[in-house]
Structure formats: structure tokens, C-alpha cells
Design a protein around this ligand. Structure first.
Ligand code: NOS
Ligand code: ZN
Length: 375
């Protein structure tokens, strides 16, 4: 038995294989993923004087440090700078195009990227104009990626800010642009003190319209937030949801007992948009090895791997997987499992998800897994 498998490669994928592996990203913020050099140029163009650094290298490092605060509220303060430079059509277009290009170069084949249109009106744009600029940017980024030999599809999620009162308006905006590049809706912002039930009218509206939404829940606040997001609001997915771990007891013999809410989440295959590096920065986990994703994967929750904010967390999909490979010894099979989980959970139509899984993701991993035969 051993001799038959002795020719198989070391299980651990190399960084280059991780990058080339087809990956699926469901939780990434447009205003959390700008290139530092682009921020400097945009700040210059619009006369924004308050950047903490004007050298791109130093600015990138500053975002990483400032976001590394142990609190979600402090982490979110860093967005004032990225949002400030995203107030024109050109800026939104450029950043959306670069986002699609960067994800494609990192081996992402499908991404849902979110942003809050209500935060981009200070320069006089209307909500519609914001959505149109970002959509045009994503299409341009897909085109440039194709030119460089990468294939990616990017859809938008429109976010409403949970401390504000525009969620119904943003839900309606998302529904109007449903076949125009917007695949769903989300709420984000500080979680404690801002329960999702404040936005019930938006969620009710989307349900009546047969539309999709995810809710940031169970990141900085625990089970009550997850319970409300699912049982009061009817979320299709959980943004983070990492605190579901509070409803799982691991016994001394290693077996696990799931509470009612954790059972519901697993039984109903509710997707968890897990973002390990972001959680380390906001204090939701203390190390990669201690991150609940290890247990949630073992227990076969519908777990997915995500970047959240590539700028603030100095990360990419490949880096997230590198950390997980280091911490948990994940293989290409594990990477495929996460990627198929994510693709199953995407908000695009079923036939497209299935084709992505069968014609892009599985063949991609099969190719990588067979490389050792030809070395
Ligand atoms: O992890 C997060 N939790 C909650 N809110 C977030 C997170 N990352 C970003 N945002 C918020 O979402 C807005 C729209 O993209 C960002 O401006 C930021 O305030
Ligand atoms: Zn987020």
C-alpha cells in the first residue's frame, strides 16, 4: 500500500501552485483593496491632504499597522482615507479595474466585490453613477486580465452601512442593477450596537424581489448577531460568521457537540465567508493555527476563504491560503474543497456556478495535482 503511493508528491502545495490554483472570492471590499500607489496618485489628483504617508511603500505599511489594532472600530477608521479618494467616476473606474486585474493575476477566477455606494457621493455623483462607474471598471479589468492570459468574472455586492439609514434605498438600487453586474446586497460597518434587524425593511424588500444578500455578522459580536442575521433577516450567507464557534463544544476526546444554532448553520449549508487575516487584526482570533476555520473545515461547515481587505490586511487569496497551508497542512484537495464551497455559494445563477465548478475549478486542480508526474 505504502509503495503504491510513494510516488505522490509532498502534500503541501508550493506558493506558485497556490497562486495558479483557481480560487473563488466572495468577501472582498473595493475600498479595502486599493494599491497604495493608486491612493497616492488619486489623493494628488483630488487634492486630498490628509494621507498619513505619501510614499506608496510607507503608506501600505501604515494601513497594515493602523488596521492591526485588535478592534473592529479602529480597523474601520482607516477607510476614511480610501473612501476620501474614491469620489469621482474616474477614481472608481480605475480602482475597480485594478481590483479585477489584481485578483485575476492572483489566480482568482470568480469574485464578488462589495462597496457602499452611499460613501461615494461627496463629489456630486448619484448612486446610479457610482454603480455604473464601478461596473465599467470591473468590465475593463476583466478585459485587461484576458489580455494578460487570465480569466476572471467579477460581480458586485452593494453594501449599506449598518449605522446609517439608507439600506432600503441601497437594496432597491441593487435590485435595479441586478442584471447589470450587481449580484447581491450586504450590510457592513461596526457590528456592536448596530443589529441587522434595524434594516429589516431592506431585507424584506430583497426577499420579495427574489434577490440575494449576505450580512456581516458574528465578527465583532457573537451568536445573537448570527441568529438575527439568519432567523430575523433571512441572510443567504454570513459575512465572517466566525463566532459560530461559540456554539460548538469540543470535548476532551476531540468529538464536537453542536448547539442548535451551529447545527442549523451546518445543516442548512449556510456559507461562512471566513477572513482569517482580517480576524487576527480585529481580535476575533489570536493566530492562524487557532483560527476556527480549522475546526469548521473538519466539521464540514460550508466554509469559504476570503480576503476582506487586501490593503489593510496586506493580503491576497494566495496569501490567505499560504497561511492556512502552514497552519493546518492543507493540500490542493483542501483548496479545491474551499473553492468549490465558495462557488456553490455564489450569487450568480446555478448553471453558471456548476459550469465554473466542473469546467474551470475541478480541471484546474486536476492539472495542478498531476504536475508531479511530469517533473
Ligand atoms: O470586516 C469588516 N466588517 C465590517 N465592516 C467592514 C469590514 N471591512 C470593511 N468594512 C466596511 O465596509 C465598507 C464598505 O466596503 C467600508 O468602507 C468599511 O467601513
Ligand atoms: Zn468585510
Amino acid at each position: 500500500m505504502t509503495s503504491q503511493t510513494s510516488g505522490t508528491p509532498a502534500n503541501s502545495p508550493a506558493p506558485d501552485q497556490i497562486r495558479r490554483a483557481p480560487k473563488v472570492l466572495l468577501h472582498d471590499h473595493l475600498d479595502g483593496g486599493l494599491r497604495p500607489g493608486t491612493i497616492v496618485e488619486l489623493a494628488d489628483a483630488c487634492g486630498y491632504p490628509r494621507l498619513p504617508e505619501t510614499d506608496p511603500g510607507k503608506l501600505g505599511a501604515w494601513f497594515g499597522r493602523a488596521a492591526d489594532s485588535g478592534s473592529l472600530e479602529r480597523y474601520l477608521e482607516t477607510f476614511s482615507h480610501t473612501v476620501a479618494v474614491l469620489q469621482t467616476r474616474d477614481a472608481l473606474f480605475r480602482v475597480a479595474a485594478e481590483c479585477a486585474e489584481d485578483l485575476a493575476a492572483d489566480g482568482v477566477v470568480y469574485a464578488e466585490v462589495r462597496y457602499a455606494p452611499e460613501q461615494h457621493l461627496a463629489g456630486g455623483l448619484s448612486l446610479e453613477e457610482v454603480v455604473e462607474a464601478v461596473d465599467a471598471g470591473f468590465r475593463e479589468g476583466e478585459r485587461r486580465a484576458r489580455e494578460n492570459g487570465h480569466r476572471i468574472r467579477v460581480g458586485a455586492l452593494l453594501t449599506a452601512m449598518r449605522h446609517a439609514a439608507r439600506s432600503l434605498e441601497i437594496a432597491e438600487l441593487a435590485d435595479r442593477h441586478r442584471d447589470l453586474g450587481v449580484v447581491g446586497f450586504d450590510i457592513a460597518g461596526a457590528e456592536a450596537g448596530h443589529p441587522p434587524t434595524r434594516h429589516l425593511d431592506a431585507f424584506e424588500y430583497l426577499k420579495r424581489a427574489n434577490n440575494h444578500f449576505t450580512i456581516h455578522a458574528g465578527e465583532a459580536f457573537g451568536l445573537p448577531s448570527i441568529w438575527q442575521a439568519l432567523q430575523w433577516c433571512g441572510a443567504d450567507r454570513l459575512g465572517h460568521g466566525v463566532r459560530i464557534i461559540d456554539d460548538i463544544e469540543v470535548r476532551a476526546d476531540g468529538s464536537a457537540r453542536l448547539g442548535r444554532l451551529a447545527s442549523y448553520v451546518r445543516d442548512k449549508r449556510i456559507p461562512l465567508e471566513l477572513c482569517p487575516s482580517s480576524n487576527l487584526q480585529t481580535g476575533a482570533a489570536s493566530s492562524y493555527a487557532d483560527h476556527p476555520i480549522g475546526l469548521l473545515r473538519k466539521l464540514n461547515f460550508r466554509a469559504t476563504v476570503n480576503t476582506d481587505n487586501r490593503l489593510m490586511s496586506h493580503t491576497s487569496m494566495s496569501r490567505e491560503f499560504e497561511h492556512l497551508v502552514d497552519a493546518f497542512g492543507y493540500t490542493l484537495d483542501d483548496m479545491q474543497w474551499f473553492s468549490v464551497n465558495a462557488m456553490k455559494s455564489a450569487f450568480i445563477p446555478f448553471d453558471e456556478r456548476l459550469a465554473m465548478i466542473n469546467d474551470v475549478i475541478k480541471p484546474g486542480y486536476a492539472g495542478l495535482k498531476s504536475e508531479w508526474l511530469f517533473q
